[in-house]
Structures are given as C-alpha cells and as structure tokens.
Design a protein around this ligand. Structure first.
Ligand SMILES: Cc1ncc(COP(=O)(O)O)c(C=O)c1O
Length: 412
C-alpha cells in the first residue's frame, strides 16, 4: 500500500491554505464609494484612487513616481517606448520567465536577446549579459524571479559601462529591497503586475516605478492616448489607452494598506521554510541573496535532484505535492520551449526579420532548460500565509514524497 496521497493514501493536509485574493468589507466599501462617485474610469488620468495608490506604492518601494496601468505586460512595453527603444534595437532578457518579458520588447518593435540564468538564483546571468551586448543593445530587462532578485550590482555596473537602460521586471518582487533600495527603483524603470495571483493585486493592473521626472511624464502620456503631461503641455507621445479604471485602483489602495503586514509574515515564514526543506535529501535550496534586505516574494522556488527522487522530475513531484494538499507547480519552461516568437504567429517585423534568432530550435539555455523540465518546484504564496503549521506541512509533504519517490507514477 502506497504512503502517497497521489496513489490514494491520506494527504498531509486536509484543510486548504488561505484563498487568494481575499477581500472583506474594506474592499466592498472602497468599490462601493467608486460606484457612488460615478467616476468609474481611468480618465482624467490618473484618477483619484489611481493617484493615491501610485503615491503609496512608490513611497513604499522608494521611488519618486508610480504610473498605474492595465497590467504588468503593458508596463514593460510602455517603459521601453518611454526610453525610446524600438525597431533596430536589442533588449537582453533572461531565459527563465513568463512570456510577457519577451513579448514586451517585441511589442515595442525591438528584438529580445535571450540569455541563460545562473544556477544559484535562476535569474539572468550577468556574465552572459555582458557577452550578448552588441552595438544595437539598448537595454537589459532582468527578472526578479520567485524569491530571488537578479544581481543588480552587476547589472547596473554593466549598464553604466555600456550606456544601457535597465527595466526591472518586478512582477514577483513587490516589497523586495536590494541593499536597502526597493526593487524597481534601481534601474530606469521597475515594472510590477497586479494580476490576480500576484501578492499586491486588484485582479488586473500594473505599475511602473521610476525616479526620472521626464520618463514618468512620458509613461503617463503613452498610457493616456499620448496626451501631453509636461507643465507647458508641449510633449506629446505616440500613445494609446492603457489606463486602469478606478474600481481596480480602489482595490489596490486597500491592498497597499494590508501589504506591509503580509510582507513581514512572508519573510518570517520563508526563513522557516528554508531551514526545514534544506534538510531533505535531494532538495537544493537557493537561499535568498544576502543583499536582499527586505524579503518579500510571490512564490518560493527550490530545485530537486531527480536522482534523489527515484528519477522522477519536477512536474510529477508537483502533482504529488498538490495531492498532499500543498499548492506547488512548475511555472516556467525555458524560453527555448516557447513558440510565441514564430513568424507564423506574428507578422511583427521583428519576428519576420529575425525569425532565425527567435527560433526555439536554435536556442540553447542549459540552466533554464534543467530548471524548467527537471528541477524547479514553485511553492505558491498562500503556503507562506498560514503560520508555522502551513510551512511544516509543506516541508513534511516534500520529505514524504522524497522518501517514497519510488512509489510515484513515472509519467504525469
Ligand atoms: C515575470 C512576469 N513578468 C510579467 C508578467 C505579466 O504580468 P501581467 O499578467 O499583469 O500582464 C508576469 C505575470 O505572470 C510575470 O510572472
């Protein structure tokens, strides 16, 4: 008789982790006020709630300006456009991330140049960034993946030596700080997502942070149909409507209020989790970089060694974790597995002109490929919001699965 819930045995956890997103009377009141006010939309930009959230979030992360818009994909496209990046330019991105990080340069008209990640963080490898720079490179787009941050010391040094812009993809990094500086406040722009699963959410939404007055004005203009935002009303941009409505913005104002306490809980739980799982054979913990001075994460990612799991890989281990009642998944394959760049799917000039450079068949990212297809296990954020018991259950489930790995199915 198998010990594992995936084979029908009793699961480690019988009660679910707390749901996300979760609101109460405060959210209902905030949305009700917007409905009563009649100002439902995002025009004039920014609306009252949008401006309140932009100020509060920018202050929390330590930026001069926040620009709220419809999602955390458009944010990166707008950032690149505000920086004047487009056709003929190259933007360096990591091989392990959500498709949006590659989509944004393409949507701005630029070529995403994909490089592998480091084995200790699964964030962009600065040595490979340096090697990928050409006379066309204009920007680096690092992703702060899971509980880690990309090495911002190295990235900023490379950017300043080569005159490149930096746009940080902080979709997973609300609240993080690197040597006392907030994620998204170190490069020229920081891009955040407020989509449902993210830790500061209104269901949808995205924010750009910047310390540059002119870039902030340009980003506000691009998302507001190109309307001028400078004091003399002179600078128009080529923009469209990417505003977020006030109903969503009102939810974000409440979410921001709740966020610091959630961040503190996540930080405490994350440390306990690391201590427990690092004792499990075949589990490689990638401890948060010591330069991360405020820790806050969307999900915690660890590596399993399939050899120590009877040859089973991450996908089946995640299925077994789910069966034990622990939310875990494999989120991203390597970019070499994505088909989204293909000319058959996009007539964007960059996809047609550079089809050979965007062909998954010719891409090779050994670290990202190992992470995506064999090693990475992503523990979802609600595991870290259920006190000590929630963490102990998750660690115990992984230990149990490892001990009984030879009972796991061989295919998903
Ligand atoms: C790393 C990363 N970048 C960008 C995004 C895009 O955010 P949105 O869904 O708000 O467009 C996501 C969303 O999952 C993400 O995980």
């Amino acid at each position: 008789m198998s010990e594992l819930a995936i084979n029908g045995a009793t699961s480690i956890r019988s009660t679910p982790y707390p749901a996300w997103p979760k609101g109460d009377d405060r959210e209902i009141e905030a949305v009700t006020q917007v409905i009563r006010s009649g100002d439902w939309g995002g025009f004039p930009e920014p609306g009252r709630n949008a401006a309140a959230f932009e100020d509060a979030f920018a202050a929390y992360q330590g930026a001069q300006h926040g620009i709220l818009m419809s999602n955390g994909t458009i944010t990166m496209e707008v950032a690149l456009k505000a920086l004047g990046i487009g056709w003929g330019d190259e933007v360096i991105i990591p091989a392990l991330t959500f498709a949006a990080t590659a989509y944004a340069p393409i949507a701005a008209g630029a070529l995403p140049v994909i490089v592998d990640v480091t084995p200790d963080t699964w964030c962009i490898d600065p040595d490979l960034v340096e090697g990928a720079i050409t006379e066309r490179t204009r920007a680096i787009l690092p992703v702060h993946l899971g509980h880690q941050m990309a090495d911002m010391d190295r990235i900023m040094d490379i950017a300043s030596r080569h005159g490149l812009a930096v746009v940080e993809d902080c979709a997973h990094a609300h609240g993080q700080q690197w040597k006392g500086r907030g994620a998204g406040c170190i490069g020229d722009f920081g891009s955040f997502s407020h989509q449902s699963s993210k830790i500061l959410t209104a269901g949808e939404g995205g924010t750009l942070l910047t310390n540059d007055d002119a870039l902030a004005r340009r980003a506000h203009s691009i998302i507001d149909c190109g309307r001028a935002k400078d004091p003399e009303e002179k600078e128009y941009t080529f923009g469209a409507n990417y505003r977020l409505g006030e109903l969503h913005a009102a939810l974000l104002v409440v979410a921001m209020d709740r966020f610091p306490a959630q961040q503190a809980e996540r930080e405490k739980s994350g440390k306990l989790f690391e201590d427990l799982v690092r004792q499990i054979p075949g589990v490689r913990v990638m401890p948060a970089d010591e330069r991360i001075t405020r820790w806050s994460f969307y999900n915690y990612i660890l590596a399993i060694d399939p050899e120590a799991f009877a040859g089973r890989t991450n996908q089946i281990v995640c299925e077994a974790m789910e069966a034990e009642g622990i939310p875990a998944e494999v989120q991203y394959p390597s970019m070499s597995r994505y088909e989204l760049f293909q000319p058959s799917l996009s007539r964007m000039p960059v996809c047609v002109e550079f089809a050979d450079r965007l062909d998954p068949q010719t891409m090779s990212f050994p670290v990202a490929e190992a992470a995506g297809s064999r090693e990475s296990v992503y523990f979802m954020e609600n595991v870290f919001r259920d006190g000590t018991r929630g963490i102990e259950d998750a660690a115990e489930a992984l230990a149990k699965i490892q001990r009984h790995a030879d009972e796991l199915p061989t295919a998903v």
